[in-house]
Design a protein around this ligand. Sequence first.
Ligand code: NAD
Ligand code: DAU
Length: 351
Amino acid sequence: MEFTKTLLVTGGAGFIGSHVVRRLVINYPEYLILNIDKLTYAGNLNNLKDIENKSNYKFFQIDITDKKAIDEIFKLYSVDGVIHLAAESHVDRSISNPDEFILTNVVGTLHLLNACKSSWSDFNGKCFYHISTDEVYGSLGDDGLFTEETSYDPRSPYSASKASSDHIVRAYGHTYNLPIKISNCSNNYGSFQFPEKLIPLMINNIKNKKSLPIYGKGENVRDWLWVVDHAIAIDLIYHEGVIGETYNIGGHNEWKNVDLVHLLCDVMDEKLHRPIGDSRKLITYVKDRAGHDMRYAIDASKIKNELGWEPSVTFEEGLRSTVDWYLSNEKWLDDVTSGAYQRYYKEHYSQ
Ligand code: NAD
Ligand code: DAU
């Protein structure tokens, strides 16, 4: 079959990437979707079992820090667009091992930009879309929201690496007229999220009656968005967003960590037929994350007003469906929490 477009997604075997790839493969059978992913501890081809045999989908195990391999893919395929999600994404890991974050998130992004710049003879109909985070804006006090105009103030090695890559992407847009787009999103949750992140870690621990480690006093605030709504926003921005523009994506859904863990405990108690209140007893306050940002919250009015995007589910609905997914995908959870995860968990949480 002749495809009308070839779209390269990076990091498509990860949490958000797998939702993006699935959506594109199913909704755009006329596109060829190439997924390139290193398959780090966070990448998992089991996240894409349902679409792996589709005729408009191809997977390549490639490290984006490998310039030769990236150039090779751009020689093999006439790529029209890139949706770039590949990254080291966990803040705690960036504190203990920053080097990997600079290599993948900064240098890897540079290789992709250079491949686009040198292989695109004209930029007509082309697009390099960089997926980024609200953490580039720093930390908020009690009031205010991050807008697209908020100055950058990254404070962890992870957010600094993402801020660096955002700046490089914009610099390529400004200097070489490369057709770029960027979006900065708040905290995602949903199926296929690796259980190093707050929500799936707590679900797994509640399920196994293990202690629930809350950093510091649990008063830090995050703005949570269902991953499918992020994937919908990415699809919309790729197809209808304006070249050169940045879009903030968020859930208007702020939660203090401790309140969120309480809610999760109660939902899980109900689903597991345990007395309500039982799982809350597992909460343990542990040493705070170094440089822990206090509050993130997104003003998503630009994407709402210009592209008509809004979250499609309430937090309660999204969270319940997420809990259901983890409870009915025990094998997936057991696989990703064996071996290396146990070593990571012990090392990180024994400190
Ligand atoms: P994730 O850690 O679940 O997945 C990252 C994917 O990138 C994995 O499949 C991994 O194998 C791949 N990868 C890592 N290094 C690579 C390399 N060198 N070469 C090729 N592939 C590599 O991350 P996620 O939560 O799905 O985040 C995806 C993107 O979205 C990241 O860029 C992240 O910064 C951004 N983001 C995440 C959130 C969130 O809440 N999770 C919010 C906003 C933005
Ligand atoms: O805001 C977007 C960002 O959200 C993304 O760019 C990152 O890739 C993603 O990992 C996420 O970063 P956070 O650091 O906010 O997410 P995390 O799930 O690690 O932590 C959420 C909050 O919960 C944070 O305040 C730290 C706290 N926490 C986390 C863990 C893992 C705990 O209290 N205990 C824990 O065990």
